[in-house]
Design a binder for this molecule. Structure first.
Ligand SMILES: [Cu+2]
Length: 452
């Protein structure tokens, strides 16, 4: 080959390579996503003839189960066929701010009438996560987490698979909320109906089990505002994970208790053959529909309910014994005082953190690599399920009792109590913190941490 030919061929190869690179990039953009989530109006039949008008993902409630192995790169297109902007948050993942699905962190929304946003992230950490609308509702109880816009997101660990015979996903939800004045003069949201997954108690397919089976339940409280307690008469829950993260001391509980956005993984030994109601412990809530029938093979009859003898679900039951060290000197303490501000009759209360209400609040600057201890002082008469985005925290103090090893992304702040959690600033960027009760979040109970 002559030198001149070589040069021509070389240039040709370079041009070819550039063209190939361009085509590959275009091809990547044109690649279908791993998942497409389509937000659209849905008439959901929660019992025969009982229709709730809502919005949902891909025409069902809960939306499609997203199940991926830990460490996998996942692309998801969120298509908005609704007539208002919307955004989907990937709850409990350690992902970048712009992919997290919160406008406050800089993630883009999906525009109405067909707008599409592509999200791409690496699935981690392993465990039971979920995804849901992360928009504002205000007094519009047909938006955000009041709707059917939620789904399960399961990230399977690379090792240590759980041992079970059946795996069941359950989402608790309250429907047809309306804003009502309370006796004290402020406003609250009350609901007409409740479901587990998409059906009211008695109107869905039962959970079919066999004597001797071990059933792993993944339970999510997808209610916009309400706490829920569950029991399965004659059985106990072996709680193995909270918010998807394995607990140091799995322990039996007669009831499980979840604030909005909390998850519990529990194994139940099916050793009481019969037909049972797995349901809300509050009879009003069960009448509203919050329950599901558990049916043993070869058993018939009406589903049975019995009140639990005790409410024995407390975070610290599943924790490791702590050394009772109040905090190492490396930790930076951030006190957060929670108080309501009465806004007058006919409005929701406004909520303040250290005296400030979103959006009139400066971000708290963090330093990468440091450990922070959030010391919550809940000076209100409500229990608040507070959520930290993009990070996992460890519970340290629960009403003056030390604990260790429980990793969560939502923690219930009991009324009048102090709660302490610790996290490492290991995922730089804007990080939203808020109460997961939608009416509180919409009324100022929100702030940002930031570090680069
Ligand atoms: Cu709250």
């Amino acid at each position: 080959m002559k030198r001149r030919d070589f040069l021509i061929n070389g240039a040709g190869t370079l041009a070819g390579a550039l063209a190939l690179g361009r085509s590959l990039r275009l091809l990547a953009q044109a690649q279908p996503a791993d998942y497409t989530i389509r937000i659209a109006a849905l008439h959901l039949e929660i019992a025969p003839g009982k229709i709730v008008k809502t919005t949902a993902f891909n025409g069902k409630v809960p939306g499609e189960l997203i199940r991926v192995p830990e460490g996998k790169q996942v692309t998801i297109d969120v298509v908005n066929d609704n007539d208002v902007p919307d955004i989907v948050h990937w709850h409990g993942l350690h992902i970048p701010s712009v992919q997290d699905g919160a406008t406050e962190e800089g993630s883009p929304e999906s525009a109405p009438h067909g707008g599409t946003q592509r999200y791409s992230w690496v699935a981690r950490p392993a465990g039971f996560r979920w995804y849901h609308s992360h928009t504002t509702a205000g007094h519009n109880v047909n938006r955000a987490t009041y709707t059917g816009e939620f789904g399960f997101l399961m990230i399977d660990p690379a090792s240590n698979p759980a041992r079970y015979d059946q795996e069941i996903f359950l989402a608790l939800h309250d429907w047809e909320g309306h804003v009502q004045g309370s006796a004290e003069g402020y406003q609250e949201v009350v609901y007409s109906y409740a479901t587990i997954n998409d059906r009211m108690l008695g109107f869905g397919e039962p959970i079919r089990v066999r004597d001797g089976q071990r059933v792993l339940f993944h339970v999510l409280n997808a209610s916009a505002t309400l706490m829920h307690n569950l029991a399965l008469p004659g059985h106990r829950f072996l709680v193995t994970a909270l918010d998807g993260n394995p607990v140091p001391s799995p322990a039996l509980a007669e009831t499980i208790r979840l604030g909005p956005a909390e998850r519990v993984d529990a194994v139940v030994e099916m050793n009481q053959p019969g037909i049972w109601v797995l349901g809300e412990t509050d009879p009003k809530m069960r009448r509203s529909g919050m329950g599901i029938v558990v049916e043993y093979a070869n058993r018939t009859g009406a589903p049975q309910w019995q009140n639990p003898a005790q409410f024995d679900f407390q975070y610290e039951n599943f924790g490791a014994v702590s050394q009772a060290v109040p905090g190492d000197s490396e930790e930076v303490t951030i006190p957060l005082v929670i108080k309501p501000k009465f806004e007058g009759y006919g409005d929701f209360d406004h909520w303040t953190i250290n005296g400030f209400s979103w959006p009139h609040v400066e971000p708290v600057q963090l330093k990468e690599g440091r450990r922070y201890r959030l010391v919550f002082d809940n000076q209100s008469t409500d229990i608040h399920p507070v959520h930290l985005h993009r990070h996992t925290f460890e519970l340290k103090m629960l009403n003056r009792k030390p604990t260790a090893g429980i990793l969560k992304d939502v923690v219930l702040l009991e009324t009048g109590a102090k709660t302490e959690v610790v996290f490492t600033a290991n995922n730089p960027g804007k990080t939203l913190f808020h109460c997961h009760q939608q009416d509180h979040m919409d009324s100022g109970f929100m702030m940002l941490f930031d570090y680069s």
